[in-house]
Design a protein around this ligand. Structure first.
Ligand SMILES: [Zn+2]
Length: 57
């Protein structure tokens, strides 16, 4: 599979994304779809937290 964010090969742990970062980006876009300004935070590479992102609806 290919990451829809950066078009790299996906990593099983983060499918369908290649990394936690891309998953966060996608989630951020989804949550802030009405906002035009993307605000991805830097430095959220938490090696300890391998848990999946909480799904909010
Ligand atoms: Zn990616």
């Amino acid at each position: 599979m290919i990451c829809p964010i950066c078009a790299r090969e996906t990593v099983h742990e983060y499918r369908p994304f290649c990394s936690r970062r891309c998953a966060d980006i996608d989630l951020g876009r989804w949550l802030t779809g009405s906002y035009a300004v993307p605000s991805e935070e830097e430095g959220e590479e938490d090696a300890a937290s391998a848990a999946p992102l909480p799904q909010r609806h």
